[in-house]
Design a protein around this ligand. Sequence first.
Ligand code: PRP
Length: 207
Amino acid sequence: MLRIALPKGRLGEKIYKLLDECGYGCEGCGENSRKLVFRDEKNGVSYFWVKPADVPVYVSMGAADVGFAGKDVIDEAGEDVYELCDLKTGVCKMCVAAKKGFEDDFSRPLRVATKFPRCAERHFSQKGRQIEIIKLHGSIELAPVLGLSDVIFDIVETGTTLKENGLEVIEEAFPVSARLICNKAVYGFARGETDELKRRLEGALKR
Ligand code: PRP
């Protein structure tokens, strides 16, 4: 059985729909349920739902053979996995944003609120800008509004959250979209199954 880790939430629902369109999926799996593991005997696949940030961990540790995660989550996890395909869904951008009219004060470290400290560190170190990370778990846009941070380092999709909180993008760091990732050892010995999954997904994306 090919074990697939799916990210709970909006992205997972989109991906599950795509899987369903290309002949994968099984009864009850995409529906709102507390059940975490589903078996698709027809395709020889089992699915399980995990927190999005945990998908790369399940895959790299071999508890799942493949999984679906955003590029933001993959880079932040820093796990050693292969990226097999870009699903071109869940598209957004990792950005630096601040209150309108913000001006950086280079005499002190920039205070950066983020859910992605590893990515933020890398981004600012490439620019040679010293920062102080303020690690948050959500509602990141609130941090500069309340003076907790100077800027945020976060994903922007429609830009609505920034706009509604008086913030604006000051820099785009990297593009984000959902990827199919694979355990490195699995890619060696279950190439047939992983290639079939990739082939069918790419076919569905072209339709
Ligand atoms: C994400 C992200 C931004 C928002 C961007 O938050 O952290 O806050 O979406 O989307 P937009 O550009 O379309 O407004 P999420 O919905 O994951 O909630 P969170 O505040 O719990 O992180």
